[in-house]
Design a protein around this ligand. Structure first.
Ligand code: FES
Length: 140
């Protein structure tokens, strides 16, 4: 067994040393209204259509989305990544969403801000029903 040559180890170490470690923190703190972190990049299945009552809303925590249904039966979906500093919103009472981080509140039927510090509405997702299952995302 010849083992690893010290030359190739040196090469690896030199390569690592040349790679800058900066940049990791640059993407984490988007607080300028373009809270793209955490937004779905493709359609996701949320659950049965029957889970969203008329005039009500359902929060899908795992997918970071909320779906509401108007009295006419139409559905709306919003990302529940808070537009203030990007926390996942984990509380829905009626149709009011509350962010755990700094207490911003949003209307789950319109995405609008009900309570600051957030000032930017939630990002609306497109939504449809496929075979009885709600699917929402950037374009479905
Ligand atoms: S991140 Fe939601 S209120 Fe600050």
């Amino acid at each position: 067994m010849s083992g690893r040559s010290s030359a190739s180890r040196r090469t690896v170490l030199r390569g690592a040393a040349l790679t800058p470690v900066a940049g990791l923190a640059l993407t984490a703190c988007s607080n300028n209204g373009e809270a793209t972190n955490g937004l779905p990049t493709e359609p996701v299945e949320l659950g049965a259509e029957s889970e969203v009552p008329k005039g009500g809303a359902t929060l899908y925590r795992d997918q970071n989305m909320v779906v509401s249904r108007a009295e006419d039966g139409s559905l709306k979906a919003f990302s529940t990544i808070c537009t203030h500093a990007g926390c996942p919103i984990n509380k829905l009472e009626g149709t009011t969403l509350t962010c755990p981080c700094h207490g911003s509140q949003f209307d789950a039927t319109t995405g609008k801000v009900l309570h600051t510090p957030a000032t930017v509405p939630l990002n609306e997702m497109s939504v449809k029903v496929k075979g009885g299952t709600i699917v929402a995302g950037p374009a479905v």
